[in-house]
Ligand binder design. Sequence first.
Ligand SMILES: [Zn+2]
Length: 573
Amino acid sequence: MGSRCAALIVGVIVAATLIAGFVAGAQRDDRSGPVDLVILNGHVFTGAGQERAEALAVRGNEILRVGSSREVKQMAGAATKVIDARGGTVLPGFIDGHVHFVSGGLGMDRVNLLDAESLEAIEKKIRAYAAGNPDRPWVLGRGWYYSPFPGGLPTRQQLDELVPDRPAYMTCYDGHTGWANSAALELAGITARTPDPADGVVVKDPKTGEPTGVLKEAAMGLMSKVLPQPTRADRLRAIRRASEEASRLGITSIHEAGTGEASLEMFEEVRQSGALNVRVYAALSVIDAMTEADADTFDALRQKYASNPQIKVGAIKVMEDGVIEAHTAAMLAPYANNPTTGHANYTPQELRRIVTMMDRRGWQVMTHAIGDGAVRMTLDAYEAAAKVNPAPPAGRRHRVEHAETIDPADFPRFRQQNTIVSYMPFHANPTPAQLTVWTTNIGPDRSARGWISRTMQLEGARQVFGSDWPVVALDPRLEINMAATRRTADGLPKEGWLPDQAISLESAIENITAGGAYASFDEARKGRLAPGLLADIAILSKDVFAQPPARFLDAVVDVTILGGKVVYERVAR
Ligand SMILES: [Zn+2]
């Protein structure tokens, strides 16, 4: 008690002295008590085009001062935690603008094949998991790519060899194809006589007629029926593990893209236990043929979390189309290699009805719209709502999720309507495995408008970046690297994919920090490093601005701070 009081007095004297030297009106009240945390000797990012600071001071959960190491050091008392950034970059904590946190966490308990680029790597990972988890009744995994397999598809025999003793099932990285072993097929009752379901294919050996183990699209539903369902305990553990993983990667806030009351309760349970290391902005999954009564229940849920310190409900998530890879994204004109224009889940009238109803109640609408047809339909719906409803106090900030290819006529509409383009840059990671099918399906013109961050920036559109984990990796550095270099982590292709669409490292970082804060109406609370804002901070191991953007991935997260509390510190720092 005594030493704490002494520290307090020292802090008061130091702070009072400092006040005399700093008349800047932006600084918060420096006179009450010592600071709790200082970060020294860093390159503190204070915004694109702004001069970098060296240090910052935190009191409670807020940033008190951003300045030089010399002045901030003087604010430290005996009880102040001091973090030496050792010349690294100090950033606002990353805000993942689009993620599926619970499924991501659940996936951490399964085989992850996203980084297995060869057949050997795939086999090694599955074998290791099976050996390490002998008690699990199923071996489940996801994330395999088509390219390592001869002919582009795996077989059940390959999986039988890796997992001979129990059912095993692995979904493809794009979520559109499943790979089962013989035991899994047997449990699901899939045989040579199983017919293809509508919109799906049970792939069969042309010689024997036996199923090969590959299930495409709706045929995956035959397997989902027999897969073990995660329990409530599994889901709670998933949130905890995902939360730990987020801290390891410098993420301090997430936008959960499509959730409901039960998941929110689990987030809250984890928060109360002290293990929720992220701030959650939740988008509730829209209900089919949603009525005003349904909207009332959404309003009540929003109200229930209105004063929650970490969980906020503010958006609804609408799925308007599918994906380009499966010809299910809604396009304005037919696909390049297929006469279809894809599939819109809602008619323009129905989409407009739902958007208008929720817009009137002050909800943000997040619409998954990948094809240029779905993007236009979404912009039309937002525009229609704005015509009939009064503007909400904070303004309209509806969002288009993915927007993978946009028709040029719609470029300016984002700025005009203040609609946010929500990109997941790592979906465009330019490996042949990831982009070939995408570009082939829509042809060169529409491909050239893929993830056009630079164009949209010039058009004055607001952007937010997200991962879409577990569809791709959670690491925000991968999104930043892709947006700033248009290359893979290995620097390929050398010339970059649509290199003119690269944005500056500063802009890429802002899209996944300040952009995310704006997209959840929280720009006055977080997303930047400035006095009065929440002390949500990520410290990187290097000064990323002193090197070319292509070297960005050399830097790793050293420390993550949430509301002034250190939630991660790299051991080998
Ligand atoms: Zn998503």
